[in-house]
Design a protein around this ligand. Structure first.
Ligand code: HEC
Ligand code: HEC
Length: 160
């Protein structure tokens, strides 16, 4: 056996034993049950998150609009959606208040529904809603006061 071959064999034998040592070390470092997921409790616990309670203010009584998360984000629904959901093919109360093409660009006073913007219509003048926007709650969500389980660190572009 040449000197160089012997040396290579020795090195690979050494590497192999180092690898298995490393594997044993990893096996020894068991991750505790409460450090696996995002939850602070053990993964074997069944957590009971607080019930989400949505605001009960009737449409037209809020007068305040929620701050948008970022430009072009669908605004949150500031009023209750009680008795308005689920939206169906033949049932859409949102549309009855918000399809107000004549109000687009007008100053919105308290109590008046914010008109659905031009992007929501096939024909704004005719007030003909684009059917791809029929299911309003696919994009617009009602608000609830909850403390998030995991803090969101998202910042709007250009924001502080
Ligand atoms: C009875 C009329 C009425 C109905 C029905 C209604 N809204 Fe509203 N909506 C309003 C009014 C009025 C406002 C302005 C805030 C306020 O005073 O409540 C508003 C505000 C909003 C806003 C906030 C817009 C912004 O720019 O911040 C969204 C989004 C919205 N509504 C979506 C919906 C959706 C989705 C539904 C159906 C689940 C719905 N609304 C049903 C009257 C209504
Ligand atoms: C596919 C997603 C989507 C659907 C479905 C949708 N919207 Fe929107 N909506 C948006 C987005 C995004 C904006 C913000 C648009 C912008 O800033 O130009 C918006 C804006 C609005 C606004 C605020 C307008 C303003 O000037 O502040 C109202 C009110 C609204 N939508 C009502 C509705 C209603 C009512 C429905 C159902 C008939 C609906 N939307 C369906 C995505 C959607």
């Amino acid at each position: 056996m040449s000197k160089i071959v012997r040396k290579t064999m020795l090195v690979s034998a050494l590497m192999a034993s180092l690898y298995s040592l490393a594997a044993i070390a990893v096996q020894d470092q068991a991750i505790p049950d409460d450090a696996i997921g995002l939850s602070k409790t053990s993964v074997y616990d069944v957590p009971e998150p607080a019930v989400t309670e949505y605001g009960e203010a009737d449409a037209g009584t809020v007068g305040k609009r929620a701050e948008r998360s970022y430009m072009t984000a669908p605004p949150m629904i500031p009023h209750t959606t009680k008795d308005m959901l689920p939206i169906r093919q033949d049932f859409n109360l949102c549309k009855d208040c918000h399809v107000q093409p004549a109000l687009i660009g007008e100053k919105i006073t308290k109590g008046l529904p914010v008109p659905a913007p031009a992007s929501h219509y096939v024909d704004v003048k005719e007030g003909q809603l684009y059917m791809g926007r029929w299911n309003c709650t696919q994009c617009h969500a009602p608000q609830a006061k909850v403390s998030p389980l995991v803090k969101n660190t998202f910042k709007k572009p250009g924001g502080k």
